[in-house]
Design a protein around this ligand. Sequence first.
Ligand SMILES: CC(C)(COP(=O)(O)OP(=O)(O)OC[C@H]1O[C@@H](n2cnc3c(N)ncnc32)[C@H](O[C@H]2O[C@H](COP(=O)(O)OP(=O)(O)OP(=O)(O)O)[C@@H](O)[C@H]2O)[C@@H]1O)[C@@H](O)C(=O)NCCC(=O)NCCS
Ligand SMILES: Nc1ncnc2[nH]cnc12
Length: 284
Amino acid sequence: MTAQTEHCVRPLLAYRLADLAVEALIDEADLSPKPALVDRRGSGAHSDLDLRLMHASALSLWPCFKDMADAAQAFGVVGPSLREALGRIGREGEASMLATSGGVNTHRGAIWALGLLVASRALAPDDLEPASIAARAGRIALIDDRFAPAQAPSHGQQVQHRYGVRGAREEAQLGFPSVVLHGLPQLRRSRAAGSGEASARLDALLAIMARLDDTCVLWRAGRQGLKTMHQGAQAVLAAGGSATLAGRRALRELDNHLRGCNASPGGAADLLAACLFLDPLGSH
Ligand SMILES: CC(C)(COP(=O)(O)OP(=O)(O)OC[C@H]1O[C@@H](n2cnc3c(N)ncnc32)[C@H](O[C@H]2O[C@H](COP(=O)(O)OP(=O)(O)OP(=O)(O)O)[C@@H](O)[C@H]2O)[C@@H]1O)[C@@H](O)C(=O)NCCC(=O)NCCS
Ligand SMILES: Nc1ncnc2[nH]cnc12
């Protein structure tokens, strides 16, 4: 590539990755019927969120993802300078998300997960292998951000401490096992079995929910809520998945049970968006 073509192609990649990240968030929000989450039917277990707000929040994050891709291309390697730039851009992204949503935490976990994955893809544009993109994102997440401001413990940190579980930080540091080992393989299995695209995506969400220590669920509904989510998601998949009649019945039950205990699997929703971002079929 000549210096001149490189000059033209590099910004295009950042634009494209930001488009893909926002598209993944909008596709996740639109996917229906998701248990206890915001979707086309309504607000799920949330009183302060709706689909319009999820879309507005997703769109507000485009500059954040683009800046993250630009930073990754500018630094060119995994290291503290890139990690600290991503931390700064991520905090600015959170501020614009909160300004758009009127203070509601719509996509904090998604900024983290998709931000790392966008940066990882920008570092190696020819690498389209989800596991290797996720592993490189994990290496970025392992680096300390010296400029992270001291803050009161987050919801995630509080329940991690209380229940001895892993949260969003560790999921990333381990190379997104929920996405690479569970969500994406289920997406492919369901497609191969002839399920429609929406059912395959719902099944991917359920495969994540069946195992994830979702700190949103723990914060809102404790250990019992998490157990309800794990068992209910497994039951839908065991019944044949969301494309079958029995699976749909089990999904409706799970939706009712999670709403009943005010549990929202927001962390699993973010990781579904990460699956859609990494999915080779979606990332044409
Ligand atoms: C490392 C950070 C992700 C911070 O993590 P931490 O756990 O300390 O902070 P939380 O504020 O709790 O946010 C974590 C969010 O991650 C999602 N999540 C939960 N469990 C998991 C999991 N096991 N794996 C992956 N992801 C997970 C989840 O996000 C979704 O839920 C949000 C709503 O949650 P909450 O605020 O609790 O809202 P409610 O339950 O509605 O609260 P109430 O109404 O009841 O009060 C929603 O936003 C979804 O996105 C967790 O919330 C990272 O954010 C960080 O360090 N950032 C600093 C800047 C930085 O370095 N950025 C780098 C950019 S690459
Ligand atoms: N669809 C959704 N509903 C509620 N919280 C979410 N966090 C991320 N996606 C979400």
